[in-house]
Design a binder for this molecule. Structure first.
Ligand SMILES: Cc1cc2nc3c(=O)[nH]c(=O)nc-3n(C[C@H](O)[C@H](O)[C@H](O)COP(=O)(O)OP(=O)(O)OC[C@H]3O[C@@H](n4cnc5c(N)ncnc54)[C@H](O)[C@@H]3O)c2cc1C
Length: 473
């Protein structure tokens, strides 16, 4: 179906059944079974975790592609894109579909480009750079990197399932960000290869600062076909849970550890009560009524770390190795946006926000939000280093949803007192908080996808150059 206009799109859909599209696409791949038109499978491959947001759920439920295509090489991606360009068919890239904002949900049907079979880890270089295809899963990459003495600088809590390409195009940071910043920082993404959406799709390599043209663009300005990711020397990690009587005491401790250069750390996540009560599979690490902090600290330092925690009134409720992603319990499964998942499982009336507190004023900002919203906002903090090297209390608070107006009121209240919000309840790149003020992603889209066929509707400020020109002819 075309995206020239909404009306034209609907008309074209009625005229073009899925079958000819599927057989045309099948002819472009080495193995035709990698084109899928089974409606149940296409439905599944058209969804992600947008339902975390009641606002997006209303907006995106039922949106789907017409057919899914699973390329195994950049050449196949080029052939599929050339065909779709010629026929004005939208293409929505998909990694593992764990995004939260409906990034991978096709708004205008067309092709779901499922990249999970492009999963080769091609090289871990001696100086610590991983080169891989976009469908490689982050956990597989971490495992491979560790064989050579390296590890990922940061990864999302969905590490086991999430793909490298999806992380670059749709994610931001996670475990490891307390030490190494987010994906955008400190040259972590060394280079990205993309296929353009043109009559003859090109294969381009973006390096250095240019990677920001493509990063966090939700697959709207090119299909990522290869990634070069900087790693960091591997550490033997251990994990522990420390409980405190109050959230204030937990914050003081978490903040001091997050900022201290004495501790090698990969995770500092703090939860206000009753959030820990939502972690039903790990009840043994939860202390009734108390705030909780989950840490990943170098194993060699763990004993000394316990002593420090106890000296400031903390109760060590759990401590153990972090041998692999199969370790149980795996505390990181309850951090970052997994916290939201456990909250929603416990009570479907919760949703979330993504905030950045001001390190100098965080305590007064917490107090002000509590004064205004009481327990309709529950604090879940994830400490992370920003691009300037300052460790900040990032937050993914669990919030009670009643109406969209009330949710927007909370967002406004945060912004009024200097708490930044990357709004997770919008379905376009510009609204989500990782859009660059210099319009880098938009400018790249104008050059690499002039017709606007890549994930159409997700770059709200984009005007299809080629389509406009054609209709003026
Ligand atoms: C429980 C839970 C916890 C999470 N925790 C975190 C977290 O800690 N940190 C974080 O940053 N995110 C987090 N997320 C969001 C998400 O899991 C991550 O961002 C993840 O890295 C996305 O990878 P994916 O392969 O699932 O991408 P997908 O959801 O498949 O895709 C994400 C976006 O990238 C685009 N895309 C995918 N592959 C390509 C490609 N090859 N070329 C161009 N565009 C492409 C898609 O079109 C889409 O717009 C969480 C989500 C959930 C549900």
């Amino acid at each position: 179906m075309t995206v020239a206009t909404e009306t034209a799109a609907t008309e074209t859909l009625a005229e073009s059944p899925t079958q000819p599209l599927a057989s045309d696409l099948a002819a472009l791949l080495a193995d035709p079974s990698r084109v899928i038109d089974n409606p149940q499978v296409v439905d599944r491959l058209s969804r992600d975790f947008f339902w975390y947001s009641p606002v997006l759920k209303k907006l995106l439920d039922g949106k789907r592609g017409d057919v899914a295509v699973q390329p195994t090489s950049a050449e196949e991606v080029q052939r599929v894109l050339a065909y779709c360009y010629a026929h004005d068919i939208p293409v929505t890239a998909r990694g593992s579909g764990t995004g939260n904002y409906g990034q991978a949900v096709p708004l205008h049907g067309g092709v779901v480009l499922d990249l999970q079979r492009m999963d080769q880890i091609e090289e871990i270089t001696a100086d610590g750079v991983a080169r891989c295809q976009p469908g490689a899963r982050l956990a597989a990459l971490e495992t491979e990197a560790r064989k050579f003495g390296w590890e990922l600088r940061c990864y999302p809590s969905t590490v086991v399932k999430a793909s490298v390409g999806g992380f670059l195009a749709g994610g931001s940071g996670g475990i490891g960000s307390v030490a190494h910043g987010g994906l955008r920082d400190f040259g972590t993404v060394r280079a990205i290869e993309v296929v353009t959406m043109e009559a003859t799709p090109r294969l381009l390599k973006y390096e250095g600062e240019k990677v920001h043209d493509i990063l966090h663009a939700w697959g709207t300005n090119g299909i990522i076909t290869r990634v070069w990711l900087a790693l960091t020397p591997a550490v033997e990690w251990a994990q522990c849970a420390i409980a405190f009587e109050t959230f204030a005491a937990a914050f003081d401790f978490a903040e001091s550890v997050a900022n201290s250069v004495d501790w090698a750390k990969r995770l500092v996540a703090a939860f206000e009560w009753p959030i820990p009560s939502f972690f039903s599979p790990v009840k043994q690490v939860v202390a009734e009524g108390k705030a909780l902090i989950f840490f990943m600290i170098a194993a060699a330092q763990m004993e000394a770390f316990h002593e420090l925690a106890k000296a400031v009134g903390g109760e060590v409720t759990f401590s153990g190795p972090h041998a692999s992603f199969k370790t149980t319990p795996l505390l990181s499964d309850y951090t970052w946006n997994h916290t939201t998942l456990w909250a929603i499982r416990a009570d479907g009336g919760y949703t979330y926000l993504q905030c950045g507190f001001d390190p100098a004023r965080a305590r007064e900002q917490f107090a002000e939000l509590k004064r205004r919203f009481g327990d309709d906002i529950l604090f879940h903090l994830e400490f992370m280093k920003n691009g300037q090297g300052v460790v900040v209390p990032g937050a993914i608070p669990v919030v009670r949803f009643s109406t969209e107006e009330r949710l927007n009121e909370m967002i406004e209240a945060c912004r009024e007192i200097g708490v930044s919000v990357a709004n997770p309840h919008v379905n376009h790149v510009e609204g989500g908080g990782r859009y660059r003020e210099d319009n880098a992603q938009l400018l790249a889209k104008q050059q690499l996808d002039a017709k606007g066929l890549l994930n159409p509707g997700k770059m709200a400020t984009f005007v299809p150059v080629a389509v406009t020109n054609r209709s003026a002819e």
